[in-house]
Write a protein that binds this ligand. Structure first.
Ligand code: FES
Ligand SMILES: [Fe+2]
Length: 459
């Protein structure tokens, strides 16, 4: 699997014939994994963090881009920069911490030091070092990453300079980032604390599952049962029921209560109207939001929304609000780093509810995340069987997918490349097509991120 023309053969995409299938090898081939790191993660924009993580001068955090260690810092002048977290001396990873505040980063190996602008400040024993003129003339500063950008407080970086501007990469998915950022006049922040965990499966299982409505009632029945039991007992505890079974039974088949959108570059959204918007911590701001952003956008902020910005970040606003960063480690191992995000300045009570809802559902200690990880690993185990190598899980909704926006997108001027308006039962799978079209394009072109208008589906 080293020839570019072969990548296209792994995605069987024939819209005119109603066929979309993905080859199992996409999840299992270690050589493909290396190429994904090179052509997807290390050749284009990836999410690295939030500006609010760097509130003060000299605040920093570390992250990865593909296989590369990265240091992101705010310098004394207030600018945010991203560097390769690797020493120019002998390559050691310099900063070992997840986050902190430091005017100086000192390499653990031979103590070269660097300031928060990445400038080399000292070389231990330099005067006695009998260095050559050529060495003296060379830069010993940290290497900046090739491209760095911020959109509404969300930070992205690219190891390749050959990328479209960030705003163009985010493209028509930008209004969905605005729906997150505009929840407070001051933007969003991370609730202190983060969790990381690993699962023994390919990173694209996480990518897909966040957009997979179909699994919910199969994988999370215990969560649903607990919520129902709380409702029946008029439980006045910390977490309100956001999935009200009684309301669900009133719905008529065919009546749209949600849907999916595919955008250019592999970005997608799936969304659903909430059963009980008053259970959301954002509800206290309802009037303020309507006045500031208008009723249509306010209503959209109350919809359950899962947004993926390809390839490595997901915003899950359903049970509470979660930011997920996907870090592929190997073809069958993935690390997730997750944070609770919240509008700055929300009331203490809303913040309490948000954190309780968050704990309820997410993370290895929550009621949903462990169930998801178990099925990811079940898939990875099952992929070995290649009796029929083509997976059939990309077909629901094919006759419901329409080019361009639907009326819900129109209400807020959103311009997806394609839309599915869905009742509660449709559980669209064409949402995954955007991922694999972007995947194929990047793999076939050797990492080139295309520019310009969104790719239109052939209707
Ligand atoms: S590797 Fe960093 S000082 Fe030697
Ligand atoms: Fe799930």
């Amino acid at each position: 699997m080293a020839h570019h023309e072969d990548f296209a053969d792994l995605i069987d995409d024939r819209p005119d014939e109603g066929v979309f299938r993905v080859h199992r090898r996409v999840f299992t081939d270690p050589e493909l994994f290396e190429l994904e790191m090179k052509y997807i993660f290390e050749s284009g924009w990836v999410f690295v963090g939030l500006a609010s993580q760097l509130a003060r001068p000299h605040d920093f955090f570390t992250t990865t881009i593909g296989r590369h260690q990265i240091l992101v810092t705010r310098n004394g002048e207030g600018e945010i920069k991203a560097f390769h977290n690797s020493c120019p001396h002998k390559g050691a990873r310099i900063c070992q911490h997840e986050a902190g505040n430091a005017k100086l980063h000192v390499c653990p190996y031979h103590s070269w030091s660097f300031d928060s602008s990445g400038r080399n400040r000292a070389i231990k024993g330099k005067a006695a070092g009998a260095y050559s003129e050529a060495f003296e003339a060379a830069s010993h500063d940290l290497f900046t990453v090739a491209a760095f950008g911020e959109y509404r407080g969300f930070l992205f970086a690219s190891l390749s300079a050959d990328v479209p501007p960030l705003e163009e990469y985010l493209g028509d998915a930008r209004p969905l980032i605005d729906l997150i950022a505009d929840q407070s006049p001051d933007g969003m922040e991370l609730v202190p604390g983060s969790v990381s965990f690993t699962f023994d499966a390919n990173w694209k299982l996480q990518l897909e599952n966040c957009s997979d409505q179909y699994h919910f009632s199969s994988v999370h029945p215990s969560y649903l049962r607990i919520l129902d039991r709380r409702t029946q007992r008029a439980y006045e505890g910390s977490t309100r029921n956001m999935w009200d079974v009684n309301k669900r039974e009133e719905e008529k088949p065919g009546e749209p209560t949600g849907g999916t959108y595919n955008f250019s570059q592999g970005h997608v959204l799936n969304w659903r109207m909430p059963d009980t918007p008053e259970a959301l911590p954002l509800y206290e701001r309802s009037d303020e939001l309507a006045a500031r952003v208008g009723e249509a956008k306010r209503d959209w902020m109350f919809y359950s929304r899962n947004l993926t910005l390809f390839p490595n970040v997901q915003f899950a606003e359903n049970a509470s609000s979660q930011l997920r960063i996907i870090r592929p480690i190997s073809v069958n191992r993935t690390e997730m780093r997750t944070f609770c995000i919240a509008p700055k300045g929300e009331s203490a009570e809303a913040r309490r509810v948000r954190i309780r809802q968050y704990e309820d559902f997410f993370n290895p200690t929550g009621l949903a995340t462990p169930d998801d990880a178990v099925v990811y690993e079940a898939c990875q185990e099952g992929y070995v069987s290649e009796a029929d190598p083509w997976l059939q899980g990309y077909s629901r909704g094919m006759c419901a997918s329409k080019p361009g926006p639907d009326r819900f997108a129109d209400a807020i001027g959103l311009k997806p490349a394609s839309s599915v308006s869905a009742d509660r039962w449709l559980s669209d799978e064409t949402i995954f097509h955007a991922y694999y079209r972007a995947w194929r394009e990047r793999m076939v072109s050797g990492g080139k991120v295309h520019e310009g208008a969104p790719r239109q589906r052939r209707a």
